[in-house]
Design a protein around this ligand. Structure first.
Ligand code: SF4
Ligand code: SF4
Length: 198
């Protein structure tokens, strides 16, 4: 059985960018601007106890109006270091530092114009920077190496790869005790995924 090392938990479908190669584009378009309930997010994180790392993302997670409440509650159910905030960077320097201190790391996608050094300086936690190289999307074997090593989570359901919860017609399993066994039987939605297009 493939070990799941990370889980992407969607906390909002709101985003302040419209990237043409967004791997969550179906979700963002079908449910625009939806901020999830903090209690539902925290319950999902609690059920992911077997996964070493939890990434909180969107959409753009810094747009969630209850971000501090969400992060504080997640911190209560996850040991450190295991909580990552994934962001496009546009709003990081507008957040209170105590809010950012509730996560262990920030993963920053460095779109053009994002003030990477200012964000590094402002953040009270380490910032990992990833280039936004959309030319790299598409093609490759299906399913790709993202299958099951990272799962994605939305609405009490777990999906078999890092982006599957945002892809049209994706199948999923209920996120409940024992989900780790059940998810291995769920096929990924590669045919509709930006990473899987030939
Ligand atoms: S910033 Fe991220 S979530 Fe938002 S549209 Fe771009 S790729 Fe998608
Ligand atoms: S749905 Fe996309 S990211 Fe997931 S395994 Fe298939 S090609 Fe990879």
């Amino acid at each position: 059985m493939t070990a799941t090392v990370s889980a992407n938990v969607i906390i909002t479908t709101a985003c302040n960018r419209h990237c043409p190669s967004c791997c969550y584009q179906h979700l963002l378009a079908s449910r625009p601007g939806h901020h999830r309930e903090p209690a539902d997010i925290v319950e999902e994180v609690r059920l992911l106890a077997s996964v070493p790392q939890v990434c909180l993302l969107g959409g753009e997670p810094t747009l969630h109006p209850a971000l501090h409440e969400v992060l504080a509650a997640v911190r209560q159910v996850r040991p450190s270091p295991s909580v990552v905030l994934v962001t496009n960077g546009a709003r990081v320097c507008t957040l209170p530092r105590p809010t950012l201190s509730l996560v262990d790391r920030v993963w920053l996608t460095a779109f053009p114009g994002v003030p990477v050094e200012a964000i590094r300086e402002y953040c009270p936690v380490p910032v990992d920077v990833h280039a936004a190289d959309h030319e790299d999307f598409g093609g490759g074997p299906q399913p790709c190496d993202r299958l099951l090593t990272t799962v994605s989570v939305l609405d009490g359901r777990v999906y078999p790869c890092c982006v599957a919860c945002g892809v049209a017609d994706a199948q999923s399993a209920e996120l409940r005790v024992g989900w780790e066994t059940v998810i291995a039987e769920v096929p990924p939605p590669c045919a509709h995924c930006v990473f899987g297009r030939a």
